[in-house]
Design a protein. Structure first.
Lengths: 146, 358
């Protein structure tokens, strides 16, 4: 897939969670142009077109980033911080999608400028509902600056 | 001097001991000065003695040591006045030396006590630090549990569903039933994890004490429950409630659990009434949540607050049996008590006491 119509960047280290998320988005036809990276380091390299993604055009940014928090190497908070700190990327809507419900994580994420914080439900129906709802909202209903 | 450390309570001790030593030196000087008559020495000694007396009473609020001092004073005075003419300078000096020994013994005993107190204080501080460390470890553990256990659980639930969806035509009714059992159990496990987390948070979370408007809290909890259970036919009878002194979030959890229970166990009834009121006790306020639900047999009242203890099967009423355990832990942390009374098919009343604020 070419990166020219990139829509969603999914940053998720757990494969089963990733599969369930992609499946939920596919149902609503939101996963056609989705890129899945498995850790924070790869996510940053992708967004800023460095390292293994240095061939990428940086101006082609995702319309939505789904971000897990606890990941090996570089964790979600760090990714959030870096993306929101850079002028070129800070307008991208970032939705933290994580198993954690801990207050400190929620507070820290909002301090760093996260657009939305969603706690992954355990039950499949709820999970699918949550993902498709947020996918539809951020990709179709919400307007981002160009 | 290390034994006279600068800690707040020991500052007074330091002044006291200094004053005592100073006045004692004065007495000694008066006593050993052969130019002065016995009467002056006695005066000096009486002055010293009364200082001692007052300081003992002030510190210990007890009359034992002062009584001993008075006895010694009287004894000395009797000897001096009664046998003054017979008693030579040397005998008097001997008596004073005896007195010196007694007084020094007292003083050293005091000093030793202060030193021991300091030592105990240090040990306590070290132990508190260790406890705080252990607590932090537990918090990290609980977080890990909640986070890491949920991930495979989600996978089990999700992929069972995927099998059911993608292979619908290849599965018979039995196959679907078996897969549904898998999903129901993951749901239960998720519930258990959440409950264990709630319980651990109730025990660990730092309490912020404030004056809480209990009437407003009850109304809010009741309205939330009513909305989430989507029923209209539960009625709240709220009596006047005095404000409570405690942690708002934790007390909200307590009311939440008790009122949720009332909602749950009044469901089979046509007319559902929840009554919340309070009585003033000695140094405490006793609140109660009363419902006209299915109640319980009083012979099980000891089991009410046990962890994961239930008096009904999951088929009759859902739940994991952690709600009342949480209530008990929170109220205990507030220094109060919790107990329940019930009658089968008539209803149940749960009482909790909260000490009056400082």
């Amino acid at each position: 897939m070419g990166f020219d119509e990139l829509e969603v960047l999914l940053v998720e280290d757990n494969e089963t969670d990733a599969e369930l998320t992609i499946r939920a988005l596919k149902r609503k036809n939101l996963a056609n142009n989705l890129v899945w990276v498995k850790d924070g380091e790869e996510a940053l390299e992708f967004i800023f077109a460095t390292g293994r993604y240095s061939e990428r055009e940086m101006h082609d940014l995702p319309k939505l980033v789904l971000l897990d928090l606890r990941m090996p190497k570089v964790d979600g908070m760090e990714v959030l911080r870096k993306i929101k700190a850079d002028e070129r990327t800070n307008k991208i809507p970032i939705v933290v999608l994580t198993s954690s419900k801990e207050d400190e994580d929620i507070v820290e994420s909002y301090n760093l400028g996260v657009n939305s914080y969603v706690s992954k439900p355990v039950e499949f129906d709820e999970f699918t509902q949550a993902v498709s709802t947020l996918g539809l909202y951020w990709m179709l209903l919400n307007k981002s600056p160009e | 001097m290390r034994i006279l450390s600068a800690s707040h309570e020991h500052r007074h001790e330091k002044y006291r001991i200094t004053a005592l030593i100073a006045s004692f030196c004065l007495v000694l000087f008066l006593a050993c000065n052969s130019n002065l008559s016995h009467i002056n020495s006695n005066l000096g000694f009486s002055f010293y003695g009364s200082l001692f007396l007052v300081s003992f009473w002030w510190k210990n609020k007890s009359w034992l040591a002062p009584a001993i001092i008075i006895g010694i004073i009287v004894f000395i005075m009797l000897i001096s006045f009664g046998f003054g003419s017979l008693l030579s300078e040397d005998y008097f000096k001997l008596l004073m030396i005896v007195l010196v020994v007694i007084v020094v013994a007292f003083l050293f005993e005091r000093i030793e006590r202060v030193r021991i107190l300091n030592e105990m204080n240090e040990k306590l501080t070290k132990r508190t630090e260790k406890l705080e460390d252990a607590n932090k470890e537990l918090e990290a553990f609980a977080y890990s549990v909640s986070h890491d256990l949920r991930v495979p659980l989600r996978a089990i639930d999700g992929f069972s569903r995927i099998v059911m969806e993608d292979y619908e035509d290849k599965l018979d009714d039995e196959g679907k039933r078996l897969l549904n059992i898998i999903r129901e159990n993951t749901h239960k496990m998720g519930q258990l994890i959440d409950d264990i987390l709630l319980l651990s948070r109730a025990s660990r979370q730092e309490m912020k004490f404030a004056k809480i408007d209990m009437e407003e809290l009850v109304k809010r909890v009741f309205d939330e429950q009513k909305m989430s259970s989507q029923t209209q036919d539960v009625r709240l009878e709220l009596k006047s409630l005095p404000p409570a002194y405690g942690d708002r979030a934790l007390l909200q959890q307590v009311l939440n659990n008790l009122i949720a229970n009332s909602f749950k166990f009044t469901e089979p009834k046509d007319e559902r009434i929840i009554e919340v009121g309070a009585e003033n006790g000695k140094n405490e306020v006793i609140y109660y949540v009363k419902d006209n639900g299915v109640g319980f047999d009083m012979k099980y009242k000891k089991k009410l607050f046990g962890l994961f203890q239930r008096l009904h099967s999951t088929n009759e009423f859902e739940g994991t049996g952690v709600g009342l355990s949480i209530v008990q832990r929170v109220i205990r942390r507030h220094g109060g008590n919790v107990w329940g009374e019930g009658e089968l098919n008539e209803g149940a009343t749960f009482y909790f006491s909260i000490p009056v604020g400082k």
